[in-house]
Design a protein around this ligand. Structure first.
Ligand SMILES: OC[C@@H]1[C@@H](O)[C@H](O)[C@@H](O)c2nc(CNc3ccccc3)cn21
Length: 605
């Protein structure tokens, strides 16, 4: 007869119990390992039975086409299914603003822009579209949403946070339902959920907990606050994710009052699994356990100790990603010596198997080619365009109260478009796009801001474009107005940590040169507020924060030319000077350049 764990009609917990009972200690330990795709060999997947595979940011197969991805994942699955018990892998990827590693995928605005749009239903629909594009490549798990509450824009991951306001972050946790599907009303609290095998993916709430609150915004740094503050500001969004049946949680590299999250039993086990009742599994971040021995010993050393500390603290799956066999030897040995109780291993594997059974991967282990052409489809790009439009924040509109500068007039004779970010898809997508840190240029199909402006103006209008307008051009006269598009180059994680938030590439200088002669709209393409000096702000006629809009630049033009009004409001404080940081709504003597919630419509000025 068919063993219960292979019986799709059996209860999940019955299947978990049956399979767990058949596994050797080594097979259990292997299920707790997540390895990188470049080391996912037949030995790792068939002989040793690693539980999960991921691609690190930017790591991609072949020409990174959708078909290439699906073939890769299916190939790995076939290897896993040939293991002794035929336990399929869960393949995970960072689809954090669309399926951003895949060439041709729809790239949505990063989270800070969605925070400006403040539309929970829109975010749910983005989750739905993202899930479909991820499933089209045979992948069933994304390391999203990041529910960080960013309290200091010097943090390199500020743009991955919806807002500095925990209530705003909580309201946008609806992406979990978009990604996973809506659990039934009687769904048990904390239990993982997945709606449809074909169209939904497992989500991962990250990074637990306090990643956005580190001192001076230092990535992987130390969040110094009381337990109440940690709970009220940084932990609150996890309740909303769990209420939607989020299947996995990723631990943060950061520390809380000096205690490293990756080995913090209190927060990972007593709070998350105990008090909050989380029944999915907790995964480490990339080489996250390697740092546990610091500062006593260099990261990556004392691996056995790091494994023991982390697993005993409640880590269920380790994103190793390269030292799999070493990990396996140590973990088996640690259980044999009793340094890690077998009951802890059984708890971890039970959680992992529970999520795997829930995900349907036992019944549907392979990709669904019929979904392939949904990647980057028109409908998803229109959804992204709507998100871009709703994320635009109008910060200045006219030099005096009576005459709004926007909407821009379409049928004018001649306009100037200039700035480093006017015609660069890579820049407008930001980090975690095709490459881990993102790139510049035509990295994937999309519409740049310049192309969107050209598409929107009248046929007689001459659009003059120079990345860095020369004096000769500026003085050549007859420009009805200029659009200066400046901002930050793409970055991710620590690479994005800044103490200086001035506009790169001498953006302020370009703005001043243009605005001295021509009526000027400035668009800032950035993952966070940048320094706008008073004299620059006074010189320009209008200012729009575009955040990191992704591939659908038309959404920006929709607002600039008045097809739709501006609805975006600041999700983060726009500081006057970095000397004020950290500065958050609710602070005493809160004196920002623009407060959280600020945003004009085009009739205001
Ligand atoms: O990509 C997996 C995780 C991601 O989900 C986490 O949010 C993030 O903290 C994270 N950082 C890395 C490190 N990525 C990396 C990429 C290229 C070279 C080396 C490391 C991996 N990951």
């Amino acid at each position: 007869a068919m063993p219960p764990y292979k019986d799709a009609s059996a209860l999940v917990e019955v299947r978990v119990r049956d399979l767990l009972g058949r596994m050797t200690l080594r097979e259990k330990a292997a299920q707790m390992a997540q390895i990188e795709r470049t080391v996912a060999s037949a030995r790792a997947l068939t002989e040793l039975g690693a539980g999960s595979v991921l691609n690190g940011g930017g790591s991609a197969p072949g020409d990174r086409s959708p078909a290439c991805w699906a073939d890769m994942v299916d190939g790995m699955q076939r290897l896993a299914l040939s293991s002794r018990l035929g336990v399929p892998i869960l393949y995970g990827t960072d689809a954090v603003h669309g399926h951003n590693n895949v060439f041709g995928a729809t790239v949505f605005p990063h989270n800070v822009g969605l925070g400006a749009a403040r539309d929970p239903e829109l975010v749910r629909r983005i989750g739905e579209a993202t899930a479909l594009e991820v499933r089209a490549t045979g992948i069933k798990w994304t390391f999203a949403p990041c529910v960080a509450v960013c309290r200091d824009p010097r943090w390199g991951r500020c743009y991955e946070s919806y807002s500095e306001d925990p209530e705003m972050v909580r309201s946008l946790a609806t992406i979990v339902t978009g990604l996973q599907g809506e659990p039934p009303a009687d769904h048990p609290h904390g239990y993982p959920f997945l709606g449809s095998v074909r169209e939904k993916v497992l989500a991962c709430a990250k990074h637990f907990v306090g990643d956005g609150g580190t001192d001076r915004g230092i990535n992987e740094g130390n969040t110094i606050c009381s337990y109440d503050e940690l709970e009220d500001i940084h932990m609150a969004p996890y309740l909303d994710c769990m209420a939607q049946g989020v299947a996995t949680v990723m631990a943060s590299h950061s520390k809380w009052n000096g205690e490293r999250l990756h080995s913090c039993r209190c927060l990972l086990t007593d709070v998350l699994k105990g008090k909050l009742g989380f029944k999915g599994f907790v995964i480490s971040d990339w080489k996250g356990i390697d740092k546990i021995c610091e500062p006593r010993a260099p990261q990556g050393s004392e691996y056995r100790y790091c494994i023991a500390q982390s697993v005993n603290a409640g880590m269920d799956m380790i994103m190793i990603p390269y030292r799999f066999e070493e990990f396996l030897e140590h973990l088996v040995s640690l259980v044999e010596t009793g340094e890690i109780p077998l009951s802890r291993i059984d708890d971890a594997v039970e959680r992992i198997l529970r999520v795997k059974f829930i995900s349907g991967v036992f019944e549907h282990p392979f990709s669904d080619p019929s979904l392939l052409d949904i990647i980057g489809c028109k409908e998803h790009r229109l959804l992204a365009r709507e998100a871009v439009r709703k994320s635009m924040v109008l910060l200045k509109n006219g030099k005096n109260q009576k005459e709004p500068f926007l909407p821009l007039v379409k049928n004018v004779k001649r306009i100037l478009v200039t700035g480093t970010h006017a015609d660069d898809i890579g820049f407008q997508c930001g980090g975690w796009t095709v490459g881990w840190n993102g790139n510049s240029g035509k990295i994937t199909p999309g519409t740049s801001i310049l192309e969107a402006i050209k598409e929107s103006v009248g046929v007689q209008t001459e659009v003059v474009y120079e990345a860095c307008a020369t004096e000769a051009t500026i003085e050549s006269g007859e420009f009805s107005y200029a659009v200066v598009v400046v901002g930050e180059v793409p970055y991710s994680e620590t690479v994005g940590d800044r103490t200086d938030l001035s506009i790169p590439f001498n953006g302020s200088d370009l703005i001043t040169r243009v605005a001295s002669t021509i009526p000027t709209l400035v668009i800032v393409v950035s993952g966070r507020p940048l320094d706008i000096e008073t004299q620059v702000l006074e010189k320009i006629d209008a200012l729009v924060a575009a955040w990191l809009p992704g591939t659908e630049g038309m959404g920006i033009a929709d607002c600039l030319f008045g097809y739709q009004d501006f609805v975006g409001k600041l999700p983060v404080t726009w500081h006057r000077s970095v000397d004020q940081l950290p500065i958050n709504s609710g602070d005493a003597n809160y004196d920002p350049l623009f407060p959280v919630g600020y945003g004009l419509n085009m009739f205001q000025s």
